[in-house]
Design a protein around this ligand. Structure first.
Ligand SMILES: CC(C)(COP(=O)(O)OP(=O)(O)OC[C@H]1O[C@@H](n2cnc3c(N)ncnc32)[C@H](O)[C@@H]1OP(=O)(O)O)[C@@H](O)C(=O)NCCC(=O)NCCS
Length: 131
C-alpha cells in the first residue's frame, strides 16, 4: 500500500465504497467495529479470489487495527493490496479511509488489516494458486 497516512491512493480505485447506516452503529452510536471487519473481509476476499482465479476462504485475520472511529454519514473506502502469495494461500492488506460529511478529498485512515485467504477446489480442499 503506497499511502502512508491520510491521503487517498490517487493511482488506485477502492474495492468497496459504502455508506454505513444507523443500524450499523454500536451502543455508543459509533459504527460497530464488527461491521467494519465484515466489510474488510469482503474487500480482501474480492482481491484474493480475483488473484487466485476462483473461490477462496478466509483462514486468518493476522492483524486488525482500528485507528479512528467511523460515524453515520462517513463515506468508507476500502483499498487492497496483495502482500504475499504462498502455495495455496494469499495474504491481503486492506486499508479503510473515510471522507467525513461528504467532503471529497478530506480523508482519514480509520483502520488497517492483514488477512490470509486459501484458494479451495470443489471439495473445499486447498488448491495451488497459479503464478
Ligand atoms: C482454509 C482451509 C481450507 C485450510 O485447510 P487446511 O487443510 O488446514 O490447509 P493447510 O494446512 O494445507 O494450509 C493451507 C494454507 O493455509 C495456510 N494457513 C493455514 N492456517 C493458517 C493460519 N492460521 N494463518 C495463516 N495461514 C494459514 C497454510 O500456511 C497454507 O498456505 P500455503 O499453501 O500457501 O503454504 C480450512 O482450514 C478451512 O476450511 N477453514 C475454514 C474456512 C472458513 O470457513 N472461513 C470463514 C468463511 S470464508
Amino acid at each position: 500500500m503506497h499511502d502512508p497516512g491520510n491521503l487517498l491512493p490517487a493511482e488506485s480505485q477502492p474495492v468497496i465504497r459504502i455508506l454505513p447506516m444507523p443500524h450499523d452503529t454500536n451502543a455508543a452510536g459509533d459504527i460497530f467495529g464488527g461491521w467494519l471487519m465484515s466489510q474488510v473481509d469482503i474487500a480482501g476476499s474480492i482481491t484474493a479470489s480475483r488473484r487466485a482465479q476462483g473461490r477462496t476462504v478466509t483462514v486468518a485475520v493476522n492483524e486488525f487495527v482500528f485507528i479512528k472511529p467511523i460515524f453515520v454519514g462517513d463515506l468508507v473506502s476500502l483499498y487492497t493490496e496483495v502482500v504475499h502469495i504462498g502455495n495455496t494461500s494469499i495474504q491481503i492488506e486492506v486499508i479503510a479511509f473515510v471522507e467525513r460529511g461528504c467532503v471529497h478529498g478530506a480523508c482519514e485512515r480509520v483502520a488497517q488489516a492483514k488477512l490470509t485467504y486459501v484458494a479451495i477446489d470443489q471439495d473445499r480442499k486447498p488448491r495451488p494458486i497459479a503464478g
